[in-house]
Design a protein around this ligand. Structure first.
Ligand code: PEP
Ligand code: MN
Length: 341
């Protein structure tokens, strides 16, 4: 159920409606918009009678939302959600580029990469400190030391940092050090982790699970939002199919489908999707063309020496070319999609 407030409704009207919702034993989620506020309702096991709310002052209409995803639903909030991290706006007019190595390897490595990426125009710095590796014998990440390195490099360069949280055990540590918390593809179904992230107020970069449907993906985001954290960024990173020519299959058609279904920003990760350095640039172009709000790419100055995912890491020269192309293509596509979406 969604309560749409009148354009001239006051803050007191919104509070009154929220109290009326809470009095019914339900949870109210005010969603301020450009011209009016909407209030999402969750917690109902059966239908709520719209008449209980439609006569409260300031209410324009009460809409039944039948889809299982509510807070993520564009019906709830027609305008795009823009997530601000420092000076960066994710989901705003510009295509945002998240870049960095797969893993944090050392202070020297991160410090050099961060400076080089910043000089080439990257908006956020990525780097895994806790790594979800298929084999227990592979490099597992530097853990807390990796987070400290990321913090130090953020302070040096001003680039906001994104790093993965693997388990609720490290939640406080990761919240303390990073600007955006990544939930990896293998953890998209970890509901305890998603619920815990709902209690934080740090933006969450949620990767689509390897076999997740659109609905499962949105419901994972819903877990975070239902806890009270509105800052969710969705990331398509390739799914598993019968196709073996790439590491995964980049499901690009989910980009416009997500943009239609939800107000949340949508980012594409062509690095993990393809697993091959030479495919990162063409699939970045395709992602921007499909309407992605950003891309996340793995970059390493010496990919052959990377501790993890070297085959898909692009070099700094390739990254420079990628930024040039994103700068050219982004405005062209985004002016058009403002008309068509
Ligand atoms: C990563 O971003 O390094 C990563 C492990 O991604 P994913 O969860 O998409 O495999
Ligand atoms: Mn990786």
């Amino acid at each position: 159920m969604l309560v749409v407030m009148k354009a001239d409704a006051t803050a007191e009207d919104v509070v009154r409606v929220c109290s009326a919702i809470e009095a019914l034993g339900l949870t109210a989620h005010p969603i301020p918009g450009q011209s009016r506020t909407a209030i999402g309702i969750t917690g109902n096991v059966g239908p709520v009678d719209p008449a209980q709310l439609s006569n409260v002052d300031g209410v324009k209409e009460v809409i039944r939302v039948t889809r299982p995803h509510k807070l993520t639903n564009r019906e709830m909030k027609p305008e795009d959600s823009v997530i601000r991290v420092g000076d960066v706006e994710i989901g705003g007019p510009d295509v945002v580029v998240f870049a960095g190595p797969c893993s944090v390897e050392s202070y020297e490595q991160m410090s050099v990469i961060a400076r080089e990426l910043k000089a080439r125009g990257a908006h956020l710095l990525r780097g895994g400190a806790f790594k979800p590796r298929t084999s227990p014998y592979s490099f597992q990440g530097l853990g807390e030391e990796g987070l400290e390195i990321l913090s130090a490099v953020r302070n040096e360069t001003g680039l906001p940092i994104v790093s993965e949280l693997l388990s609720t055990d490290e939640l406080d540590l990761v919240v303390e050090h990073v600007d955006v918390i990544q939930v990896g593809a293998r953890n998209m179904h970890n509901y305890a982790l998603l619920r815990a992230l709902g209690q934080t107020r740090k933006p969450v970069f949620l990767k689509r699970g390897l076999s997740a449907t659109l609905e499962e993906f949105l419901l994972a985001a819903e877990y975070i939002m239902a806890g009270g954290n509105p800052g969710v960024i969705l990331c398509e990173r390739g799914i598993r199919t019968f196709s073996t020519h790439c590491r995964f299959t980049l499901d690009l058609s989910i980009v416009p489908v997500l943009k239609r279904a939800t107000h949340l920003p949508v980012v594409v990760d062509p690095s993990h999707a393809t697993g091959q350095r030479d495919l990162v640039l063409p699939m970045t172009r395709a992602s921007v063309a499909a309407g992605a709000d950003g891309v996340m790419v793995e970059v390493h100055p010496e990919p052959e020496r990377a501790y993890s995912d070297g085959a898909q890491a692009i070099t700094l020269d390739m990254f420079e070319e990628l930024m040039t192309q994103v700068r050219q293509l982004g405005p062209l596509i985004r002016q058009r999609s403002a008309v068509s979406l």
